[in-house]
Design a protein around this ligand. Sequence first.
Ligand SMILES: [Fe+2]
Ligand SMILES: [Fe+2]
Length: 263
Amino acid sequence: MQQTVSAAIRAAMLECDPQAKVMAARKVARDWRLGRLDFAFDVMMPEQPGRPEAPELLPPGRMPRRRKAGSERGRIALWHALAHIEFVAIDLALDMAGRFGAEMGERFVGDFLSVAADEAMHFALIDRHLKTLGSHYGALPAHAGLWSAAHDTRHDVAARLAVVPMVLEARALDVTPSTLERVLAAGDERGARILERILDDEIRHVRFGANHFVALAKQSGAAVDELWKSLVSRHFRGTVKPPFNDSARLAAGLSRDLYAGVA
Ligand SMILES: [Fe+2]
Ligand SMILES: [Fe+2]
C-alpha cells in the first residue's frame, strides 16, 4: 500500500532540522505529482510544526531594532528575517494541504504542495546567501508571530485562505520592490536575483489562494469581497495598508476594489 498524502505531509511538518524539512517538503510535492501518495487523510496535522533550537523566537515587541540598512550587520539581519519567513512558509503551505485537503480536493492539495516546494527552495536560496555573508539561519533571533495566523484559522479554510495567502503573502508582494531597491543599492546582484525569483513565485502563491477562496465563496453563495472583508476583520489583528503593489496584486488575481476598501 502507498503512503497517504496526509502522513507524508505530517512527517515533513514535524522535521526540526531546516535542511531535512526542505528535503521532505520537496519530496512530498514530487511524490504527490508522480502519483506515489494516496489521496487520504488518516492523520491530523500537528498543532506546532517542528523547528530547530535556533533561532530563538521572540514576540514582535522584543525583536532587536533593525540596524542601518547599508551596514553588513543590517544586510545580515534583513536576509535572516527573510529566511525565517520562508522557513515558516514551508509549514504554512504543508498545513494548508494536509489540514484542508480532504474537504478541498486533489487540485487544492497539488497547488499547496507546489507552494511548499517553492518555499523550501526560497529558504534554501536565502540560507545559502546568508552563508556567503558569513552568517546562517539561526544566528539571530526571529519573529514568533508568523505561525499564530495559521493557528488562529485552523478550523476554517476560508479564513485561512483569506489571511495567509491573501493578506500575508500579498503583503510580501507590496514590500519586495523596496527591499529589492535596497539590495541593489548595496551592490548585491545575486541577492536581487533571488528576490526577483521569489516575487514571481509569490504572485502564483497568492493567485492559488485567491482562486480557491473565490471558488469557496461562490459555492456558499457569498459575495467574495464581503466574505473576505469579514474574515480578515475577524481573524487578522494587523491592518491591510498601502503602499500596495497593484500590478503584482492584479497578476495574482486581487483587484484593487477588493483590498482598497479594507485599507
Ligand atoms: Fe516564499
Ligand atoms: Fe509564498
